[in-house]
Design a protein around this ligand. Structure first.
Ligand SMILES: [Zn+2]
Length: 1019
């Protein structure tokens, strides 16, 4: 007799005994040598916060990931696995920020006009507008005191209470940027801003398969596989409440019971099938069990989406059911508590409570032995959710628990319904998009956290597999140390918490010396270390058999002077010889610069081939074969390359199931295999072909948006058009306006300064809201930069003003000076310190920075060995800005006949300030491919002529505007600037000729639309 049978014999026969015995046998069977995908299907759980599709991992959902994961199993011969992917089907984007909608969670990136969201009062509102995806925006991570974390951009508006005056907090609407650095009151530890928890979300009654109270009781303490619920012997009353909800419920005191455990059976109808199997099988014929199966909650306890979005009373009833069976209330009646080992249920009840306007707090409780119902059990760690509630809105139906609830008059209800902002930290820019809603305030509820999608989970499944099944030293590298920390908090901690098999192997984080730290997790037989590709120390920290290199296209080219971070990491794996394994994952970037493309091209270049539903021809999906009626994305369909038959989205699921990876090249390295997947393969319901088309149409006319589309949707590199614009064309199309004046739309003046051995060169540019720009002046200040005179001249320039067409005078809002040449750095620093940070900044070009400007870093200023103090140096994405400038320089000028306005970004050059030399300098570089170190091609900007100061000055002036935040200013700010200039000027507008033939005309009327190509003097 096995132990299991002994236990059954001791307990006596009862409903379900046979099933328990079978489960015991399954559990005792030795595990076979698993593939990573098998492991994930068997053990991996996705929590509802951490995933778009919570519940057990199912490889069948994304069949193309099976081979990618299985190549990571120790038995597979590949040593390097390369995965080049589109980000829409994976990758950490703020576009993936979860948003609660009436239909369940949606992602920011997936929202459409017409979707229903909730405003800050919990009322449904409609999405009336969706912006294109924006990149390079300044982004921030906001942490609230209940642990909620949101990534947002600088301009997101928050309805907050400002607690500067504690007695009378002021209600305000502030942008993220306005709260940075002010989250605490003075030097005290009190948090200044609070966001009200939302009012209960208002939704209509749903037609639900199982009454929410009944489902709640079962979720709380029911058997995972059937219609039995264990309850305390005193709680027979629950059966009565269940019957009120329309189900048959029987209360039983089983003969075999120990302790105070009793049993309620819902809808008790069974049939024993004798089909010769031993033991005999029980067939559930209970209607309740059938319904549980239809809701997909059997052996998969979670709160189904329909219940999360049910009416307020229905949601309350679900909570009451869970609380009656598995909840409690503190003796003083202050706090309600719900404890459970199942993270999915915990996430669910937290979401329910938040949707009802409560502020739940979640505690992790470490594993320990406990006596439950008289039985000594070894408990897994579990979570406890605790919140304040009042008798006015009961959390129970069970009278003994209900009696403890206090009235609202005795509490402090306001405090419990607010979330304080704990911190606002800059984070690396991620693609974002704005939406507009039709609620009176135009505010909407944000989601929380990030949603790691399935492609990202590939690597996480590998980590889980290593911890559980193939222990060894593992190094997981993210682009920066900051991102590694976030990866640990938001991916690895949930992976550990949500997957029981792993949870048992890693000690809880809070115990001291547990081997579980933020960037290092120890487990029997191995260790997982997380680090950033920007840290040479981190990359050298340990020998690793397994290397997980994530988002490699965002790695720096060189880490702290020690070379390529990928090579550095791989050197640490060499000692493991053929047993080592490297996974490189990324969304690609620019063709020729992209690491992941380089790696993919060196591999056997596998593509996922799918059978045509019409002719069965195997083919891989290309964007070029997608067709649609212009302006009608919903008409999108795929044309088979063999039979030209139209394939609709509805065939995708079957096609994916019949797909297979096929190599398309002979690999340079026989141990390297490479996979490429685009968003076209997204499972039905995630990212549709019509969405692909919609994004493509939205990107038209904007080079950067098209680049984003190719990178993130198609997972392809972008061929940067680095060809210089023709200087002659620029020269010929120069415009004429009075020297020293600023165009009507030019509301902001910035300067860029280039430092040479014998002179300084400065360009002054005016900027409009749509980033059109006008060269105001290019000035050369002759003098030795190691002597004071030339700097005095520059100081005078900083104090000058220029006449705006309105008659007002404009000064320089910001000047950026290049400090990167290494020789004159100290002189530049000294000048900037004297000028003050509000007037001038020191900038330095940074390789590979894919934004106009990066986060400034503090530098110590020394001169002649003497310490002068600190200074912030701003990294400038010179390559990025040169590309942007060239894109704008190539824009066509609208013809006079068309009457069209100038396109956004158009660069205006004046006859008087932009001569032949200036135009030649502005186009003096080409973006070309060169053989780099280690033989790989790399793209870089190279001078095609000696002098290029005009281009450098332009880039620095643009960086100065970016440092001011110009790219994220909203309509309101520009309107205020324009209004200020529209007021009568103190000094009368100088005469401006409106006709090239009459430069000294005495007309004093303000010229109308002198920017419009219609006006006669623009040629
Ligand atoms: Zn076909």
């Amino acid at each position: 007799m096995t132990t299991g049978e002994q236990i059954i014999a001791e307990l006596g026969n009862f409903d379900g005994a046979a099933e328990i015995l079978q489960a015991w046998r399954d559990g005792m069977a030795p595990e076979p040598a698993l593939l990573v995908s098998d492991w994930a299907d068997k053990h991996r759980m996705l929590g509802s916060r951490g995933s778009a599709e919570p519940g057990p991992w199912r490889t069948a959902r994304t069949p193309y990931l099976r081979d990618v994961m299985d190549a990571l199993s120790p038995a597979h011969p590949a040593r390097r696995v390369v995965f080049m992917k589109g980000a829409q089907v994976g990758g950490p984007l703020a576009l993936d920020t979860a948003i609660p909608t009436a239909e369940g969670w949606a992602t920011m990136g997936g929202l459409l006009v017409g979707d229903t969201l909730f405003d800050e009062a919990g009322r449904p509102c409609r999405v009336t507008g969706v912006s294109p995806v924006m990149i390079g925006r300044e982004c921030f991570g906001i942490t609230f005191d209940d642990g909620t974390y949101i990534v947002t951009d600088a301009d997101h508006r928050w309805p907050v209470r400002d607690f500067t005056n504690t007695e009378q907090p002021a209600q305000r609407t502030l942008r993220t940027a306005e709260m940075i650095g002010r989250t605490k009151i003075g030097v005290s530890k009190r948090y200044r801003y609070a966001v009200d928890c939302c009012e209960p979300v208002v939704l209509p009654d749903q037609d639900l398969l199982i009454h929410p109270y009944v489902l709640g009781v079962w979720l709380g303490d029911g058997s995972a596989t059937m219609n039995h619920i264990s309850v305390d012997e005193d709680d027979a009353e629950i059966a009565k409440h269940l019957r009120v909800c329309g189900v048959d419920a029987v209360f039983r005191l089983p003969a075999w019971r120990k302790g105070r455990c009793a049993n309620i059976v819902i809808d008790p109808t069974f049939r024993l099938i004798d089909d010769g199997a031993t033991p005999a099988r029980l067939q559930h014929r209970s209607r309740f069990t059938t319904h549980l199966r239809m809701l997909d909650v059997l052996e998969n306890k979670h709160i189904p989406a329909a219940y999360l979005r049910a009416s307020r009373e229905q949601r309350l009833d679900l909570i009451r059911g869970m609380m009656d069976s598995d909840g409690s209330i503190t003796p003083n009646g202050k706090r309600c508590e719900f404890s459970n080992t199942d993270p999915g249920l915990i996430e669910g009840i937290v979401e329910l409570l938040r949707s009802l306007g409560y502020k739940p707090t979640i505690y992790q409780v470490a594993s320990r032995r406990q006596v439950i119902n008289g039985i000594d059990r070894d408990c897994l760690s579990y979570s406890r959710v605790s919140w304040t509630a009042y008798a006015e809105e009961p959390m129970f139906r069970l009278s003994r628990k209900l009696a403890r609830m206090r009235s609202i008059e005795r509490g402090r209800p306001l405090k419990s319904r607010r979330r304080r902002i704990v911190s606002i930290e800059p984070v690396e820019s991620v693609p974002v998009r704005c939406i507009e809603v039709d609620s009176p305030s135009h505010l909407y509820l944000c989601g929380e956290g990030w949603i790691p999608t399935h492609n990202t989970e590939c690597g996480n499944n590998w980590i889980g597999y290593v911890i559980h099944h193939a222990p060894g030293p593992m190094l997981a590298v993210q682009p920066t140390t900051e991102l590694a920390k976030r990866f640990s908090d938001q991916r690895i901690d949930p992976l550990i918490e949500e997957t029981p098999a792993i949870r048992q192997r890693v000690s809880p984080a809070r115990s001291r010396d547990s081997g579980n730290r933020q960037l290092s997790k120890e487990f029997p037989g191995g260790q997982l270390v997380m680090t950033g590709a920007n840290s040479a120390v981190g990359l050298r920290s340990m020998s690793a058999r397994f290397l997980f290199l994530d988002e490699v296209d965002a790695y720096p080219g060189d880490v702290e002077g020690e070379g390529d971070p990928v090579a550095l990491a791989e050197a640490r794996a060499r000692t493991f010889g053929w047993r080592r394994k490297t996974l490189l994952v990324s969304t690609p970037t620019i063709s020729g610069l992209s690491r992941i493309e380089r790696e993919y091209l060196a591999s056997d270049q596998r593509r996922f081939f799918l059978p045509c539903p019409h002719c069965a021809a195997m083919q891989w999906l290309r964007f070029e074969r997608l067709v649609w009626e212009k302006g009608e994305p919903d008409s999108a369909r795929y044309l088979c390359e063999a039979c030209d038959g139209a394939i609709g989205e509805q065939h995708k699921t079957a096609m994916l199931a019949g797909g297979e990876w096929r190599p398309t090249a002979i690999p340079q390295d026989p141990h390297a295999i490479g996979f490429h997947i685009s968003a076209l393969y997204s499972p039905v319901g995630w990212f549709s072909w019509s969405q692909t088309v919609r994004d493509w149409e939205a990107a038209q006319g904007d080079d950067r948006a098209i680049k984003t589309f190719r990178n993130t949707v198609l997972g392809e590199t972008w061929q940067e058009s680095g060809e210089a614009p023709d200087w002659q064309r620029l020269y010929d199309r120069r415009e004429e306006w009075p020297p020293g004046t600023v165009a009507a739309e030019g509301l902001l003046l910035t300067a860029g300064v280039d430092v040479q051995r014998d002179r300084l060169e400065a360009s002054i540019w005016a900027w409009a809201q749509d980033r059109q720009s006008w060269l105001v002046e290019h000035r050369i200040l002759v003098g030795n930069p190691f002597e004071a005179a030339v700097w005095d001249e520059l100081r005078a320039l900083l104090g000058e003003t220029w006449r705006h067409i309105s008659g007002h005078r404009l000064g320089l809002a910001m000047t950026a000076i290049d400090s990167g040449d290494g020789m004159t750095t100290a002189e530049v620093y000294a000048f900037v310190r004297r000028a003050g940070a509000g007037r001038a900044i020191a900038v330095k070009g940074q390789d590979g920075l894919r934004a106009a400007i990066g986060q400034p870093s503090a530098t110590e200023v020394r001169r002649n060995g003497r310490k002068l103090g600190g200074l912030k140096v701003w990294p400038v994405g010179s390559s990025f800005l040169k590309g942007e400038t060239y894109g704008w320089l190539k824009l066509e000028r609208p013809t006079a006949e068309s009457g069209d306005p100038f396109p956004p970004g158009f660069v205006h050059l004046p006859l008087h300030a932009a001569g032949e030399e200036f135009c030649r300098q502005l186009t003096a570089e080409q973006f070309v491919a060169r053989a780099g170190r280690n033989g790989f091609r790399r793209l870089e900007w190279v001078k095609t002529r000696e002098r290029n100061e005009a281009l450098d000055c332009r880039v620095y002036a643009r960086a100065a505007a970016a440092a001011l935040g110009m790219d994220s200013w909203g309509d309101g700010r520009w309107a205020r600037m324009a209004n200020a200039l529209s007021l009568p000027a103190a000094e009368p507008a100088a005469p401006i000729h409106t006709d090239g033939a009459a430069p000294n005309s005495t007309t004093t009327t303000r010229p109308r639309g002198w920017l419009a190509p219609r006006s006669g003097w623009l040629r």
